[in-house]
Structures are given as C-alpha cells and as structure tokens.
Design a protein around this ligand. Sequence first.
Ligand code: NI
Length: 136
Amino acid sequence: MKDKLVRFGVSLEGELLRRFDAYIGAEGHDNRSQAIAGLIRKEFVIDAFDRGAAVAGAVTVVYDHHRRETVNRLLDIQHDHGPIIISAQHVHLDHDNCLEIIAVKGAGARVRELAAALKAVKGVKHSTLSVTLAGK
Ligand code: NI
C-alpha cells in the first residue's frame, strides 16, 4: 500500500538552493520533491549500513579475463560469502574483460565487507556496490 504524500515547507539559503537545482538537473530528477526524497532514502541506507540492518542490491566487478588468479580469488571470496549471495551473473564483455553482477541480500556490514574484498582483488579494474534497504 502506498503512503499518502505529505507536503511540508523547506527554507534554504539561495546559494544552496541554486546548487541543489543544478544537482537535480544533473541527476535527472523531475522535481525538487523527488530529489529530496531520494537524498533522504540514500541517507537512511547509509544509516542502515551502520546499524547492521538488512540491505539488498548488487555488486558489479569488471576484471581481466586473462588473469587466472583473479578469477579464482573472486570465486573463493564469493564462496566464503555464500549466505548473502542470491545469484551471480557472468558476462564476457569482450576479448579481455569479464563483468560479474552479484545479487546480494544481508546485513549491511557483511555486504559492504564482501564488496570491499572483491574490489581489492588484483586484476579487478572496476567495482561498484549499489544497495537499498531490504524489506520495507
Ligand atoms: Ni568471462
């Protein structure tokens, strides 16, 4: 069930509002309300991480396909984090690169630890962690 929207007034310094509007444009939000809601949710997710609440999302990793030890290390780390990994999708990007998209769900601290471990592997060229609060 969708919650009813509540209106409230916000007072900002002119300069801060100008920067906020520039941010909204760059981020592709439709309006200020949507952008403020997005920022609040983002802040809550960061807070949830710190409290150890459950989060869900994806870790993406791009790595050098030719380095066998990179492939093995990434697999070892994933096996060590089996309980918080829902699935992993492997994409052969091109002759040299592989992309792995790992769906995760679990305690924020564990998910963050997994993402950091994968990112630190030698041969990993790019890695991101994107999560939202699990459940509510
Ligand atoms: Ni591949």
